[in-house]
Design a protein around this ligand. Structure first.
Ligand code: TYD
Length: 238
């Protein structure tokens, strides 16, 4: 699709947002840019945008078929989505089923340890402050979200988690952890941003191979091959 004439509203780390000409929607373009460590490490991975767009679309279609409202209206082409124009809540929700990453470091729990219950963490969405974890009273005190919104985000995240764990299980993939973002749309909270190997930890169930952005973060190689593997398995499972 021709984006030259469209007004660029915002350029994120891996996606660009364009005006759609309609007050209720936006156009979201998945780029090949990869970043890690809050922008400290950068690369262009040829074809990543297309893979993440396709993976996120399969996941969002599946979630909406199962009663979770998402911002995705439709894919316009391989890397471009028409999405609802939401006001992003400045609180990210981290969902953890298995210890990894910052949870392992912070609490001394070896990566790969199954957690006895699903862990939900709220983090301030802020590159400037490094996405610090926040509790409910801190979030409501500075007005990032209301208590009712936090309660709704928690229950939606748990529903999303059981649906996604089931989907990835069918793919032979362990969903260790991931990040969700919500947006306000006409008084409702709906799922926004993307769910892709850039925002999840996905491990092959039989070999333990990492199939997500840790391959880029930790220089493990075969980043795109792993993303392609995730897409292929999701296509077969659906
Ligand atoms: P976490 O272990 O908190 O951070 P890190 O990736 O730095 O070790 O991340 C948990 C999951 O959430 C992981 O799958 C990556 C994802 N995530 C994002 O996609 N964006 C973010 O800004 C954060 C904090 C996490």
């Amino acid at each position: 699709m021709e984006l030259n004439d469209m007004k660029l509203l915002y350029e994120g780390k891996s996606k660009s947002v364009y005006d759609s000409g309609d007050s209720d929607t936006l156009i979201l373009r998945f780029r090949d840019s990869a970043t890690a460590g809050n922008g400290a490490k950068k690369a262009e991975l040829d074809g990543k945008g297309k893979l993440n767009a396709a993976i996120s679309a399969i996941i969002y279609d599946y979630l909406s078929e199962n009663g979770i409202e998402t911002h995705l209206e439709k894919m316009i082409d391989d890397v471009t989505a028409l999405v609802k124009r939401v006001e992003i809540v400045s609180v990210e929700v981290i969902v953890r089923n298995i210890a990894a990453g910052s949870f392992s470091k912070r609490y001394g729990v070896p990566e790969g340890t199954p957690l006895k219950n699903t862990v939900l963490e709220f983090c301030m969405k802020s590159d400037e402050y490094g996405d610090p974890m926040m509790n409910d009273s801190q979030i409501t005190a500075i007005g990032l979200a209301t208590q009712a919104e936090l309660d709704e985000m928690r229950s939606a995240a748990l529903r999303v988690d059981s649906l996604l764990s089931e989907l990835f299980d069918k793919c032979g993939i362990t969903l260790a952890d991931y990040k969700l973002e919500f947006g306000r749309f006409h008084g409702r909270l709906i799922l926004a941003d993307e769910i892709s190997p850039d925002s999840c930890r996905l491990w092959d169930k039989s070999t333990g191979k990492k199939l997500d952005k840790d391959r880029f973060r930790r220089d493990l190689g075969d980043v795109l091959g792993s993303y392609r593997e995730v897409l292929g398995r999701l296509q077969n499972a659906r």
